[in-house]
Design a protein around this ligand. Structure first.
Ligand code: ATP
Ligand code: MG
Length: 423
């Protein structure tokens, strides 16, 4: 026998028995996105590497060490499996003129790729639901995104998620803060790990995002961006908070919430859970007013977030939320070649009438066919033998529920009505 070939580490199969949970999530989120007027967009999985270097930022974890980048073997073009969706979404919007004199509320769902160390809730291929809005400069849109998520949790049946909020101000405010922060961090240079030392001058905000407990106090006492915010940035943040207050949504201001990507300004937020260990952020985002221009478009304000769907799945499991799995209505069994032909046609007719029908393929004894019928979870078995075929009838047996075991013979053209009444 040939040696088996394994899937790639950190790139999981979603197996049939997990699918009902995914479909539940997709169904609920589609309804939810429609309720807020968001339209779907689909971008390719492969983009030019430059897009992410410029869009996500040269000194981010993603670009520094997480990208699946490669050269096209035909023309040497530098390509990357998308590590996130925002850059590609902005590229598509610019390329197709979607931001010209109009606003957009968009969403997408699909796989993202990051070369990280795989662990629970952290994969190399994972799925995100991304939501982006373009052309809105006012705090109501920041608030809408956050409120939307608050509204999603109960739709999914989830409880206990927390909202963290911060404001990163504008470019000048960040520059002023950054200069002070570098000065402060230079005082601790001996205690910083290699990553942090490297980031000190490239991305000092990220140094504060340290998970090293020994550096927590240092990070706590660092100069705060909040103290550098000007009137406009403050007013914007107040505007967001006022709408959240009106909506009755609780939040914690986390001055150290800076997000991993370079493009954010003003509002940033994360929805977190304590039920998934270190991988506790289920959705994260914020405002990124500079990105469209940075990627070659006309200046255009923007807000967005992305949700990690695998983490959502783990959270549904942790909270014991189980979506009903779909079972077929009917499993068709038959005996003998001629009866099998008749049954094959009967199955097609039942599908035309709107039933989900599994036709038992491959023959075998009635006993083994019934076993399959039971395993399928189908509500009814439709049974065709020589006698039924002769009389143009079928025998219907209830397989599950209160009327389990009831059995009757009906004319083929009355089958649909009988099944509906038995349901
Ligand atoms: P983290 O701090 O956990 O690495 P991040 O800041 O890199 O997250 P984002 O780029 O903001 O994450 O992506 C948005 C969401 O996508 C995250 O909040 C998380 O739910 C999910 N996510 C990110 N990376 C992964 C991954 N490697 N595996 C599974 N989900 C992920
Ligand atoms: Mg990350």
């Amino acid at each position: 026998m040939a040696q088996t070939i394994q899937g790639i580490r950190g790139m999981n199969d979603v197996l049939p028995q997990e699918m009902s949970q995914w479909q539940f999530f997709e169904r609920i989120t589609r309804e939810w996105l429609a309720a807020y007027g968001y339209n779907q967009i689909r971008m390719p999985i492969v983009e030019s590497t430059h897009l992410f270097v410029r869009g996500v930022g040269e000194h981010t974890d993603i670009v520094e060490k997480e990208m699946y980048a490669f050269e096209d073997s035909l023309n040497g073009e530098k390509l990357t499996l998308r590590p996130e969706g925002t850059a590609g979404c902005v590229r598509a919007c610019i390329e197709h003129g979607l931001l010209y004199n109009q606003t957009q509320r968009l969403w997408y769902m699909g796989p993202m790729f990051r070369h990280e160390r795989p662990q629970k809730g952290r994969l190399r291929q994972f799925n995100q639901l991304g939501v982006e809005a373009f052309g809105f400069a006012t705090p109501d849109l920041d608030a809408e995104m956050i409120v939307m998520l608050a509204d999603l949790w109960p739709r999914l049946g989830l409880t206990g998620l927390q909202l963290e909020l911060n404001s990163l101000g504008n470019t000048e405010e960040r520059a002023a803060h950054r200069a002070e922060l570098i000065k402060y961090l230079e005082g601790y240079v001996d205690q910083l790990d290699e990553d942090s030392r490297r980031r000190l001058y490239t991305n000092p905000l990220r140094v504060l995002d340290t998970k090293n407990p020994a550096l927590q106090a240092m990070a706590e006492n660092a100069p705060r961006l909040a103290d550098f915010l000007g009137e406009e940035s403050k007013a914007h943040f107040d505007g967001v908070k006022a709408l959240l207050d009106d909506a009755g949504i609780a939040y914690v201001i986390n001055p150290r919430l800076v997000r991993g990507l370079d493009y954010y300004n003003r509002t940033v937020f994360e929805w977190t859970t304590t039920e998934l260990g270190a991988q506790g952020t289920v959705a994260a985002g914020g405002r990124y007013d500079g990105l469209v221009e940075q990627l070659g478009g006309k200046p255009c304000p923007a807000v967005g977030f992305a949700m990690g769907i695998e983490r959502l799945m783990l959270l549904l499991e942790a909270q014991k939320i189980v979506a009903p799995s779909t079972v077929p209505d009917v499993y068709v069994v038959s005996q003998g070649d001629a009866a099998a032909r008749y049954a094959f046609t009967a199955a097609r007719q039942m599908r035309d009438q709107g039933f989900n029908v599994i036709y038992h393929a491959g023959g075998g004894s009635f006993k083994s066919q019934f076993k399959k019928a039971d395993q399928s979870g189908a509500r009814f078995a439709v049974i065709v033998g020589e006698g039924e075929m002769q009389s143009q009838t079928v025998n219907i047996k209830v397989l599950t529920g209160e009327r389990q075991g009831e059995q009757q013979t009906v004319a083929q053209d009355q089958l649909a009505g009988v099944m509906s009444s038995l349901k």
